[in-house]
Ligand binder design. Structure first.
Ligand code: ZN
Length: 444
């Protein structure tokens, strides 16, 4: 795979396509189960050949149980003066997720016990769920709550909570080897963009991009409801997890903040080194944080019984932005350029994961004569568009690669030791390999 120069051309188109898909998915009312998830998965299926799995309610998954399926068609509140003051059809955030069905007349004081607002952000509608405690509720802006007059309100939540199934999407791109890289996102949030339609659209287009490359590793993409979906998938696929050699949880990748990488629980796995390297050469500001046991689905993949090398590359992390879990996390909060930048960092990380390997110098006794092979002071031929600095760097890369390719150092190790970007090391190694100055190690 030698696609570094092509990526730049592709990203501008892809970031627009990601935003278009996000706009299409945004209005759909999703939850951890139900028709909204299926509808969303079917839209994603227009782009990649997703398998949609259904796991029946009541299925035991480790310490949990797949919940009943929740569906909703309508919800509203009618004020004493007859005006409809809350309409689910205008914003699905108005209803507490997993609300049980209810239709009755109720006094304001009683209704207030079931209304959620954010007093510190009085214009904003919060996102609230009640998955494992059967309850009902409405969400509205604090300003709207303050305007409600006393009297009798007519409330309706036309929902159902019945035995059904939990739906999730899965897509495996087979590589040369069975060892896998895992890419997961969650599809259980309703009209919220950064958390987490951004992850959904990023992985959809990453899958679409990767399926056209010939990769060494296999790449597994999961589109699952958060927490219960990860627990369910791990329970159903416990025999497969040994194949997972690295992974990333994609969430909060579309805001204008800088990149944040949350390391794997292991702290120094290959993916940790790779993402650190990509960020170091990204020419953007970034933060790297150690693993912590709350957050998204890395909590399940990195639970001690699995301890998989799965990290999470985000921008501003969940809970750290004001728009988190409220109506402010809408399409206006997303920057196409941020989606594109996140896509690039994911793709570069994957390319390194796929291309990193150890080589052996075929001429380890003293330096080989590079001049007669046209490799020294003539490196410009490697890339006609290379500038002088690049040419010098590529000459130095030759010395680093030949000296360190003793079977102990991978190309990424050489990139780190030489303080050069992986791309330069990789492309130079390809030239040396073509000139038979490198050979593959026996084990790979
Ligand atoms: Zn969330």
């Amino acid at each position: 795979m030698e696609n570094y120069s092509k990526i730049n051309q592709d990203i501008k188109t892809i970031q627009n396509e990601m935003f278009d898909l996000m706009s299409e998915l945004y209005p759909i009312c999703r939850s951890i189960t139900g028709e909204g998830v299926r509808k969303s998965l079917n839209i994603i299926k227009n782009h990649i050949n997703l398998t949609i799995n259904e796991v029946p309610s009541g299925t035991k998954v480790f310490d949990w149980e797949v919940p009943k399926e929740w569906n909703i068609t309508d919800a509203y509140i009618i004020a004493p003066n007859g005006g409809k003051i809350i309409d689910f059809k205008k914003s699905n955030l108005h209803v507490v997720g997993y609300s049980i069905p209810i239709k009755k007349k109720i006094q304001l004081e009683e209704l207030k016990k079931h209304i959620h607002t954010i007093p510190s952000q009085p214009d904003i509608i919060p996102y609230i769920t009640s998955y494992y405690n059967e309850d009902w509720g409405f969400c509205m802006s604090h300003n709207q709550l303050n305007e409600l007059s006393t009297g009798e309100y007519e409330i309706c939540i036309d929902s159902s909570l019945k035995n059904g199934s939990l739906s999730f999407g899965e897509y495996l791109i087979k590589g040369e080897i069975e060892e896998e890289f895992l890419l997961t996102c969650y599809i259980c949030h309703p009209s919220l963009c950064n958390d987490n339609l951004s992850g959904v659209v990023l992985l959809t287009f990453l899958a679409k991009y990767l399926e056209n490359l010939n990769t060494k590793y296999s790449y597994r993409f999961l589109f699952i409801p958060e927490t219960i979906g990860a627990i369910t998938w791990l329970n159903l696929n416990e025999n497969k997890v040994k194949k997972i050699k690295g992974g990333l949880v994609a969430t909060c990748v579309g805001d204008s903040g800088e990149s944040t990488y949350k390391k794997t629980r292991r702290g120094n796995s290959k993916i940790d080194q790779i993402v650190s390297h990509v960020l170091q050469y990204s020419k953007t500001n970034y933060t790297i944080v150690d693993y912590y046991p709350y957050g998204s689905d890395e909590r399940q993949f990195c639970s001690p019984g699995f301890n998989l090398p799965v990290g999470s590359l985000m921008r501003t992390p969940y809970r750290k932005f004001l728009e988190y879990h409220n109506s402010g996390d809408n399409l206006d909060f997303i920057k196409k350029e941020s989606l594109g930048d996140s896509f690039r960092k994911y793709l570069e990380s994957i390319l390194i994961f796929d291309q990193d390997e150890k080589f052996l110098n075929t001429n380890p006794k003293c330096e080989p004569q590079l001049g007669k092979r046209g490799l020294y002071r003539n490196v410009g031929i490697m890339r006609s568009d290379a500038n002088t600095d690049d040419v010098e760097q590529r000459e130095l890369a030759i010395f680093w690669i030949l000296n360190l390719s003793d079977g102990n150092n991978s190309l990424l190790d050489i990139a780190k030791k030489s303080e050069m970007p992986f791309r330069i090391i990789f492309e130079t190694a390809v030239q040396l390999y073509k000139n038979k100055l490198l050979k593959q190690t026996e084990s790979t």
